[in-house]
Design a protein around this ligand. Structure first.
Ligand code: SAH
Length: 458
């Protein structure tokens, strides 16, 4: 066992899936936050267990060839990005490897046909959505920024290199408004105060801006002042919304929205399609890579106007409408009512009347569709991190679809579900990672599965 508070020289041999460096001291495993594979560092032991230890980085003795100077001076402090200190091509290699490992180990595919991950040409300023926490610090100063790593302390910033720079201006205006009017800031420890978060969304192609002020109370004093300040300074401002979230919870947005300015939505474009986006609905955060990902979905689906597609976990209908341009019919299934409303409106806006949207849990709606005799040629699933319920996978197999396209933001549940589908007679044809989240450890992948013909059917 290593001694707590002692400093050791650590050889970093690998990276864990949360971006933590995995190091060795005489063969003993030590996790070092902020180090990179290939580094030799000095680390002070913060936790010493029988089988492993954790250490804080004290000094870099020999830097790894993969190490770069991060663009952001808060890298390593802020909880937003985990690997900005790693060369971007190495980040991609690591993510490619992570997908492959999961497919092999959990998915039990010996040598998966994984095409090279698609990275970004310019992996900065890519996010179209931000959620800023606020805090009054111990000196009584108002801070708006991001959470410090592993904590709920807010650290302010001048500019965030993965966000749209318009956010810097918006936050300055919000600060002025709060100070001028003595608006209270919510304190999660005491469950008191009013403003909880500032959420912004920006239409990448349209430049339209949405500002959402999340409050505990129904009242946001002098909100007309905030609106007029934002209108004056933010050229693309399209809407300002007050979202009310009275609950003491980690969930950021509440269910109720009061529109303070505009119509409560912004629009954005993906290829030729226009999408309306509401405060609560899910919309991919990296529009450049979303284009790439959805084009892959279209390529993998390889459909014509004789095919019926079911898009499960469809959000505001983005993938559904992409495919509706080619398919005979698309049915989207989604649990969030506001997203379904957006999806229906988006179908109308884009004059795609071959898309139908159903609100409900996939695990309930899909079996019902099957019972009602609905069949599909292609099914797309794009579930949240926890993956698909087994009944969803079973029903897709029962529908006897030709192709399954699995879009996933979590390689381990993806691999688990692929393994389940293999018992239902489907095999992975090919797959590809698309880097939607540069400098973070998040990994997105798209997989095509087809009926293998020989597989056992349950
Ligand atoms: N395909 C969409 C959305 C993917 S995110 C896009 O690319 O934009 C996953 C979506 O699944 C979210 O919209 C979420 O609201 C929805 N969801 C989560 N659990 C669900 C469930 N049990 N049944 C149906 N939809 C669900």
């Amino acid at each position: 066992m290593l001694k707590k508070d002692e400093i050791y020289e650590i050889q970093v041999v690998d990276m864990g899936h949360k971006g933590e460096a995995i190091g060795k001291v005489d063969g003993f495993t030590v996790f070092v936050d902020g180090a990179v594979k290939g580094d030799i560092v000095k680390g002070r032991i913060t936790l010493s267990k029988k089988s492993y230890a954790t250490a804080e980085l004290v000094e870099i003795v020999t830097p790894s060839q993969d190490r770069v100077t991060p663009k952001c001076k808060l890298s390593g402090i802020c909880g937003g990005c985990q690997i900005m200190h790693m060369d971007y091509n190495k980040q991609l290699e690591m993510k490619q490897d992570q997908i492959k490992q999961n497919l092999s180990r959990i998915g039990k595919i010996e040598s998966p046909n994984l095409l090279p991950i698609i990275g970004m040409e310019n992996p900065y300023n890519y996010r179209n959505k931000a959620q800023f926490p606020l805090e009054v610090d111990s000196k009584g100063n108002l801070q708006i920024g991001f959470y410090k790593k592993f904590s709920h302390d807010v650290i302010p910033f001048d500019t965030c290199h993965i966000q749209d720079p318009i956010n810097d201006k918006i936050l300055n205006i919000v600060k002025q408004y709060i100070r001028k009017n003595d608006i209270t800031i919510y304190d999660e420890k005491t469950n008191s105060g009013n403003i909880k978060r500032i959420v912004t969304k920006v239409g990448f192609k349209t430049g339209e801006v949405m500002v959402v002020v999340v409050t505990k109370s129904k009242i946001l004093p002098k909100n007309d002042q905030l609106v007029s300040m934002l209108k004056k300074e933010i050229p693309g401002l399209k809407t300002v919304v007050q979202n009310i979230n009275p609950k003491q919870t980690n969930v950021i947005l509440g269910e109720k929205n009061f529109v303070l300015f505009g119509n409560g939505t912004i629009t954005d474009k993906l290829h030729d399609l226009v999408f309306e986006i509401s405060p609560n609905s899910f919309y991919q955060v990296n529009p450049v890579q979303t284009d790439v990902l959805y084009s892959k979905a279209l390529e993998f689906a390889d459909i014509d106007n004789t095919k019926t597609v079911v898009d499960v976990y469809c959000g505001i209908g983005t993938i559904s409408l992409f495919l509706a341009q080619k398919a005979k019919k698309v049915i989207g299934v989604e649990v969030l009512e506001q997203s379904i409303e957006d999806a229906k409106r988006n179908a109308k806006i884009n004059k795609l009347n071959n898309a139908e949207f159903l609100c409900g849990k996939a695990e309930e709606v899909l079996p019902k569709l099957y019972e009602d005799g609905v069949r599909a040629d292609v099914v797309v699933v794009d579930p949240p991190r926890k993956g698909c319920e087994e009944i969803v996978l079973k029903t897709i197999a029962e529908m006897n679809v030709e192709k399954i396209i699995y879009v996933s933001c979590n390689p381990s549940t993806l691999a688990r579900d692929i393994e389940i589908l293999s018992h239902h007679g489907y095999k992975m044809e090919k797959g590809q990672g698309v880097d939607m989240f540069p400098h973070s450890m998040h990994v997105e992948a798209i997989i095509l599965m087809t009926r293998s013909g020989s597989g056992e059917k349950k």
